[in-house]
Every structure is written in structure tokens, then in C-alpha cells.
Design a binder for this molecule. Structure first.
Ligand SMILES: NC(=O)c1ccc[n+]([C@@H]2O[C@H](COP(=O)([O-])OP(=O)(O)OC[C@H]3O[C@@H](n4cnc5c(N)ncnc54)[C@H](O)[C@@H]3O)[C@@H](O)[C@H]2O)c1
Length: 251
């Protein structure tokens, strides 16, 4: 058992929860950051039962004060931050003409400024330790276009660019920064979007057909790559975008 600590935003559900479980199974203590208190507490209990220490912080990553509070809790409870998974994200449907200004600003505040807030709060601990690993969560929609996702797709494309800037700037501190690029993954977020569509069965078939395996991916398949990127196995990997998309990007 190590005394290492991973922090994951959006840790109550989907990819973030799967990442928490994966790291916990490999001996990490886990800090779960989320705005969903009920799911967050359940996730905390589930991970504690794996024999490591999990802490849930009710925290909106777009709120600087809340993020700084989560970092203080992490510092007081564990005294370190080894891995930061910037995973929480908001998806809003709409073309540039349909997306409201309010939705545009909220989405950018979470998807991009959220990473800024999290880095500003947690990276100082990594700098002090002289090591760390960060994994940001992008999306295939940052690289491939589907209709009516102007704000979401552009924010996810920017996460790729931000990952490279962070990797360059933090290299001297021995902090590696990479990005996972999920395709269509079967999480509550994707299920919601499938179920809200006019023809859910057709939407699921359409999304599955975006993979050369003709299926949706699982949260665990993404969490495995997050774990690899944060691990010493990836010690010469930084600034990279790892596609976990069942081949969508080769089509
Ligand atoms: N599921 C997919 O197919 C897919 C594909 C590409 C990218 N992604 C990205 O993966 C990430 C995780 O998505 P998911 O599918 O696991 O979704 P999910 O809805 O299952 O989980 C997201 C979690 O983030 C939390 N969250 C939302 N806003 C937050 C905020 N401001 N502060 C803190 N927590 C917040 C939610 O409460 C939720 O628990 C997102 O960034 C999403 O854009 C998902």
C-alpha cells in the first residue's frame, strides 16, 4: 500500500468514479471532487471499502474558493497530491446560433477555467514534492464534428492545447501533463443524452457505429488509460493526447 494521493474532479460518476476505483485498487488514497453530494458520498463509501482512504469534497470546480478549500482539505488530510485527474465537464447542446450566452459562459467556466482553478490549487503541492502527474479529459468532439456542439467541442479542443502548454511549463518541476480523448463511453452523461434524443435506439446504434468495434466504450477502459498515463510506466510521456475512442479518430 502506498501513501500516494490522487484527486479527481467529477469523481462521483462515470469516468471520474471509475478512475477513483482504479487508483484505489492500486493503493492510492482518493479525493473525490463533485457537485453531486449524494453520489459523491456513495462513491466515497465504495472506495473506502476498497481499503484505502477516500474523501469526498462538495466542490464546483468553476468556483475558485471551493477548489482552494478542497486543496486545503487534501493538504490537511494527506499532506500531498501525486495525481490530478481533471475530468469534470459540462456538455451543452446547440450550434453557435442556438447556444445561449449563459450556457456558453457556464460551460467554459467548468470545462476550461475549472482546470485552471484546479491546477492553481493543487500544482503547488506537486511542485513542493518535486513530482506529479496530471491527466485532463478531452473528447473526440474536440477533433471530430457532430452537429450542435459548438461550445462543448471547442472547449474540448482547447483542453488539448492547454495540456501541451501545461506539459511544457511544468516539465522543469517533473510534472507530466497528458490528456485522454474519450470517444462514446457508456456513462450516465452519455445515457442521458441517448435517452433525451428523439430515437434513443437509433442514437445508440449511431454512436456505437463510430467505433470500429461497433460498441460504446466503458468507463473502466478510459480509467485504465488515465492510470497508465499517471504511472511511472508513462515516465517519458508528456503533452500527449491519448485517444480512447474505439477507433473513431481513424475513420
Ligand atoms: N461519456 C462520454 O461519452 C464522454 C466522451 C468524451 C468526453 N467525456 C468527458 O468525460 C468527462 C466525464 O464525463 P462522464 O461521461 O463521466 O459524465 P458523468 O455525468 O457520468 O460524470 C460527470 C461528473 O462531473 C460532475 N460535475 C459536473 N460539473 C461539475 C463541476 N462544475 N464541478 C465538479 N463536478 C462537476 C457531475 O456531477 C458528475 O458526477 C467529462 O469531461 C466529459 O465531457 C465523456
Amino acid at each position: 500500500m502506498s501513501n500516494k494521493v490522487m484527486i479527481v474532479s467529477g469523481g462521483a460518476s462515470g469516468l471520474g468514479f471509475a478512475a477513483g476505483v482504479k487508483f484505489a485498487k492500486n493503493g492510492y488514497n482518493v479525493v473525490l471532487i463533485d457537485i453531486d453530494e449524494e453520489k459523491g458520498k456513495k462513491a466515497e463509501q465504495h472506495i473506502n471499502e476498497l481499503g484505502v482512504e477516500a474523501v469526498f469534497c462538495l466542490c464546483d470546480i468553476s468556483n475558485k474558493e471551493q477548489v482552494q478549500r478542497a486543496a486545503r482539505i487534501t493538504q490537511e488530510r494527506f499532506g500531498r497530491a501525486d495525481v490530478l485527474i481533471n475530468n469534470a465537464g459540462l456538455e451543452v447542446r446547440g450550434s453557435i446560433m442556438q447556444c445561449t450566452e449563459e450556457d456558453w459562459e457556464r460551460l467554459y467556466d467548468i470545462n476550461l477555467k475549472g482546470i485552471y482553478n484546479m491546477a492553481r490549487a493543487f500544482v503547488p503541492m506537486m511542485i513542493k514534492q518535486g513530482a506529479g502527474a496530471i491527466v485532463n479529459t478531452g473528447s473526440i468532439l474536440g477533433y471530430r464534428t457532430v452537429g450542435e456542439r459548438a461550445a462543448y467541442s471547442s472547449s474540448k479542443g482547447a483542453i488539448d492545447t492547454l495540456t501541451r502548454s501545461m506539459a511544457f511549463d511544468l516539465a522543469d518541476n517533473h510534472i507530466r501533463v497528458n490528456c485522454v480523448v474519450p470517444g462514446a463511453i457508456d456513462t450516465p452523461l452519455l445515457r442521458g443524452s441517448i435517452n433525451d434524443s428523439p430515437d434513443p435506439a437509433e442514437t445508440e446504434r449511431f454512436l456505437g457505429a463510430k467505433s470500429v468495434f461497433k460498441r460504446l466504450g466503458t468507463s473502466e477502459e478510459v480509467a485504465n488509460v488515465m492510470y497508465f498515463l499517471a504511472s511511472e510506466e508513462a515516465s517519458f510521456v508528456t503533452g500527449a493526447a491519448y485517444f480512447v475512442d474505439g477507433g473513431w479518430s481513424i475513420l
